[in-house]
Design a protein around this ligand. Sequence first.
Ligand code: PMP
Length: 348
Amino acid sequence: MSNLNLAQRLARPELLDLEPYQSARRIGGRGDIWINANESPFNRTELARLNRYPECQPPELIAAYSKYSNVPAANIVCGRGADEAIELLIRAFCIPGRDSIAIFGPTYGMYSISAKTFNVGVNALNLSEDYQLPSDISGVKGCKLVFICNPNNPTGTVLSVERIEQVLQQLPDQLVVVDEAYIEFCPENSVAKLLESYPNLVILRTLSKAFALAGARCGFLMASTDIIDIIMLVIAPYPVPLPVSTLAVQALSDDGITNMLADVALLKAQGQRLAATLTDLGAKVVPSGANFLLVYFDDIAKISNGLKDAGIVARAYRDPRLVDAIRFSFTNERETDQIITVLQQLLA
Ligand code: PMP
């Protein structure tokens, strides 16, 4: 047992003997006549090679994300959104009916839903009043995976790199999963630079938010190669469709990144305008590092109904910590003007 690495010690033990599915693409080969994968020889589309299965981990996509994130390609896995990465972690590391994950709420709902669909326990801990990690995190004891969402959805609040590093130091025998789905809106808070120092760190990323590709379904998991090796045992044979990796590589090109940065700046400016208006109108706006604002209102029913009547679809919650709040995603200038006008009428 003693020469197992951290990822192997934490993995579901039966996986260590599992031979992963050997897809035709993984086995590969040399030659001109490819009849090893029951594919059609006819490409009926304008996309090259769409009749063929894609690579499990398209090398151009991994290289593009590596260049963008400054994380070595060997430490990156891509899949169908950050949601798939959450599921892969739970499937790879948590024994159903026995293991648990820890979360700090209110937070993104899929950690607990994914765990529950695999009969994995959820240790639901609370963030502090101001949505920071509690000073005492001993409640996560025994949990294989500790999820930390930064910036946090739905509060938008941000944890410092120093605080996350303390957690990594305190929990050397658990995996600390930092969900950076919204990190492009506050890149200085990324813990990507800690990956080489902490074998217990996992980072989740996505192209669904700042990169404006939610419909493409493309996300990334970044971690030590030991953790990546375990994830590769449970990943689907072809998780990323070819048209998706083509679009994703474009989004991660120099031009794509320039566009993304311009969008982020524009959205943040609109968000600041919305926050300033709501604060002036007396609502309680939670400071946000993401592309949305959580706002508490005295008369939540009036605001919800008023937004609905105006055709504005914002997000309300049943969680008792959030029943008086609405989450507003940032949008373009024209729609922000409309939202501000409606809120000014409702809060006048
Ligand atoms: N993490 C967080 C915090 C999110 O808010 C979301 C999307 N709502 C996801 C992960 C999932 O992102 P993806 O679209 O990449 O599956």
